[in-house]
Ligand binder design. Structure first.
Ligand code: AP5
Ligand code: MG
Length: 213
């Protein structure tokens, strides 16, 4: 049973997890946004390798929850199959639990796919800590589609099919794009159109400029 299963969930998604270990330390928090297939996961994994951060993918945490067969897993799976967003309270709970568990042995967190709507960012910063900056992997929709269709050939993700992919793209443009404007003062836009190595080179330049030395 999760340690927080009995905690009271408020409408803001604050489940009462003790996050003081996150507030007190000098942990760097990087929000990472970008459309489906823009390469968030690929680049975050490379950042982890080079900078000693911890990657937290809301999508991966949600898929793990589905795989666990928990009570809410069916509902989660249905929402992901539709290409829609899960309720903020559920996502924040999973993220905070994972962050607290890793806080002692990491330099910081790259939040792969978070926030996806403005309220997610606002609540995270209220409950946990301000983000240092926001990385936005910018890519044309056509290229995102191509990359996702290629991955779909071998993927076992419930949302890697043409119909759901189009819905994910719509959710991104309707709900997540406003996040980019909301964080314009902290926004670091990276073109995700090059090869994986080219994009990573640009990512490193940005991180080297922005991270505390
Ligand atoms: P999530 O798992 O985050 O999926 P996504 O945002 O749709 O993005 P992907 O993981 O498919 O793509 P990516 O940008 O990570 O690209 P990748 O590196 O894999 O979310 C899934 C679902 O969970 C959501 O739809 C929602 O339901 C729910 N959810 C998640 N977060 C949530 C939140 N905060 N709130 C509520 N609900 C949430 O690359 C894609 C492919 O391209 C790979 O095959 C890769 O090898 C290839 N590739 C990568 N870079 C390059 C390159 N430079 N050149 C060529 N190919 C490349
Ligand atoms: Mg991903």
């Amino acid at each position: 049973m999760s340690a927080n299963e009995n905690a009271e969930v408020t409408s803001s998604g604050d489940v009462g997890i003790d996050v003081s270990v996150l507030k007190e330390g000098n942990l760097v928090i990087i929000f990472v946004v970008g459309g489906p297939g823009s390469g968030k996961g690929t680049q975050c994994a490379k950042i982890v390798e080079k900078y000693g951060f911890t990657q937290l993918s809301a999508g991966d945490l949600l898929r793990a929850e589905v795989a666990s067969g928990s009570e809410r897993s069916k509902e989660f799976n249905e929402v992901m199959e539709k290409g829609e967003l899960l309720p903020m309270s559920a996502v924040l709970e999973l993220l905070k639990e994972a962050m607290v568990a890793k806080a002692a042995d990491t330099n910081g967190f790259v939040m792969d796919g978070y926030p996806r709507e403005i309220i997610q960012g606002v609540e995270f910063e209220k409950q946990v800590k301000d983000c240092s900056f926001v990385l936005y992997f910018e890519l044309a929709e056509e290229v995102m589609k191509e990359r996702l269709m290629k991955r779909a050939a071998t993927s076992d993700r419930v949302d890697d099919n043409e119909e759901t992919m189009l819905k994910r793209l719509r959710t991104f443009s309707d709900v997540t794009m406003p996040v980019i404007d909301h964080y314009r003062d902290k926004l670091k836009t990276i073109s995700a159109a090059g090869t994986i190595e080219e994009v990573f080179e640009e990512t490193c330049k940005t991180l080297d400029e922005c991270l505390p030395s």
